[in-house]
Design a protein around this ligand. Structure first.
Ligand SMILES: [Cu+2]
Length: 124
């Protein structure tokens, strides 16, 4: 009795992982960014670039940039790299003073799923 109950339990666990894994893989996760997360850069960047694990929809994707005084930094319109549909580019409309900046990003991947996250970087 005990062994058949436990084998049923393992079957259900295996089935659950098979059913949930493909959706999890299809989501756009942030894999790389420039300036890099936790980086300290010496010059103000001209754009933020973020590379995801899946293609993204630029019309529904973007980021906000918050400065060292908790101020909102003006950014240009988010666009997708024409050569790489996994890469989002956000031009900066102003140069950044020294301090720590937080990027709050949100994207919709080509499969229609939403993901979001945040990271920080510093300007010397
Ligand atoms: Cu997905």
């Amino acid at each position: 009795m005990a062994s058949s109950a436990s084998s049923l339990r393992y079957t259900l666990i295996a089935l659950a992982s098979v059913l949930t894994a493909p959706a999890a893989f299809a989501h756009a996760h942030l894999t790389q960014q420039n300036p890099a997360a936790n980086a300290q850069v010496s010059a103000s960047p001209q754009a933020l670039t973020m590379t995801f694990s899946e293609g993204i929809e630029p019309a529904f994707s973007g980021a906000t940039l918050t400065g060292p005084k908790q101020e909102q930094i003006k950014t240009g319109k988010a666009t997708r790299n024409e050569q790489d549909k996994k890469q989002l580019i956000i031009p900066l409309a102003q140069s950044l003073d020294a301090g720590t900046y937080t990027v709050d990003w949100h994207v919709v991947s080509v499969d229609g799923h939403k993901t979001k996250g945040h990271y920080t970087f510093s300007v010397k």
